[in-house]
Design a protein around this ligand. Sequence first.
Ligand SMILES: [Mn+2]
Length: 291
Amino acid sequence: MNQDKLHLIGYASGIAGVDVRCGEGPINLQSILDNKKYSWNAMLKPELNASIPIEQSVRQLCESLATQVSQALHHRQRLVVLGGDHSCAIGTWSGVYDALHASGDVGLIWVDAHMDSHTPETTHTGRIHGMPMACLLGHGLPMLTRILHAAPKVKPENVCLIGARSFEEGEAALLQRLNVKVYLMDEVKQRGFETVWEEAVLHVNRHTIGFGISLDLDGLDPHDAPGVDVPVLDGIRAKEMGDALSRVADDPRLVVTEIVEFDPARDYDRKTEKLIVSFIEHIAKGKPHDG
Ligand SMILES: [Mn+2]
């Protein structure tokens, strides 16, 4: 196995989000990324069958993703998961849990304009892409919280949210009750992204054997990343995010990076597409893990 190669998994689904065309994101990226530099482990697609409820399809897809992620980690591959809507996080971090929980807990930095911490009790839209953070913390539909294992996949003290600026009371209340560290966008602007990011890296590494990144592109400023379904003004600048990814790419504690919510149909000038490619290149330049 070539340990230098960066491995990619596509979650080609937008069925849990606002616009199903979000599912085209990883397919679009697969067509332009150089196959000599990257190894695609899988391109997961939802079963299109109107008689299956969406949550059932999402569960199946996330279970496949979790299995793929776990296998990649068992083979010590350096891995990036590409969405697709953010429901893929349920699969990604369930797979990380499956592979690593015997060794210890894994931390998670979640960059997002939203909190994604709704449960069926608090959601206004019913969409699962607004629920993955809650699911991973063990709150929500059992069919989504119990993928591969019944246990919660991350512990609240090991999670950091960065960039939130559009959220509802119910989900904010859940995160507050669980004492999850949240850097609202106001704080990011006041203190600077780099400062907040470095603090977050320390936070998620305090009690863990490593950490992951879940990057929802809508956490970025829509001027920099227009190709998303739920843009919110005044986000993190792409340059700062890219610099942060460059800095952590060499960090042996970085387990998996996930980049989600790319919708090519809403992109213009291929701006978001080029940005994602540059992010993946930053991560690919990092040193491979010691065997
Ligand atoms: Mn999200």
